[in-house]
Design a protein around this ligand. Sequence first.
Ligand SMILES: O=C(O)c1cc(=O)[nH]c(=O)n1[C@@H]1O[C@H](COP(=O)(O)O)[C@@H](O)[C@H]1O
Length: 225
Amino acid sequence: MSNPVYLALDVPQIDAGKALLEKVKAHIGGVKLGLEFFCAHGNHGVHEIAHASGLPIFLDLKFHDIPNTVAGAMQAIHVLEPAIVTVHASGGRAMMEDAKAAAANGTKVVGVTMLTSLDERDLTRTGVEGTPHDHVMRLADLAHDAGLDGIVCSGEEVGAVHKQWKDGFFVVPGLRPAGSAIGDQKRVVTPRKARDDGASVLVIGRPISRAEDPAAAARAIEGTL
Ligand SMILES: O=C(O)c1cc(=O)[nH]c(=O)n1[C@@H]1O[C@H](COP(=O)(O)O)[C@@H](O)[C@H]1O
């Protein structure tokens, strides 16, 4: 089975990103490029990282806009041939349907449900009633009905979502090997638990990129899976 770990390359410099990839690429299965990287380096940067790593690219731009705008953005990134892209599930059914219809064949479109940096208190303060579990299950249903390939959720919910959506594609960030710093994440599990509960992709950033020895950290995580 291929390595499910996608390294979140949240770095502002391409050279620093390439140097990090060179150290860890034998121990990961893909690279996630998000807003920090894309805003700094755009399409050119994505091409460079794809070429340097030889690994599938997860383009995490978390689209959230009206359906027409999201569909246009989705078409504009065809040239980057991403393996996975994100939209916010809270953008609604029509937005997700149009996003999926506009995506390139072979690109998986997944809906971000509730960010792993939020907990129940944060949710209540945004005006949403219920637990993170309820909210994730509701948005997972919506993403499923809209025809998306899967969702992004925390490791606390992926087991329950997987039971209901057997062939879904589940991206799980907010992962921390035992003993590593949690930082700004709130709903956190270990990579192994997320994997056991049905995650298809494990997104891991700082536990590898900020480690004293990133290659050793990536190897250690791989060894727990
Ligand atoms: O869509 C994501 O990838 C994402 C969703 C989410 O709910 N939480 C979350 O942390 N992420 C991303 O996953 C990565 C996590 O990084 P670390 O916390 O450093 O492991 C970051 O690049 C986030 O942008």
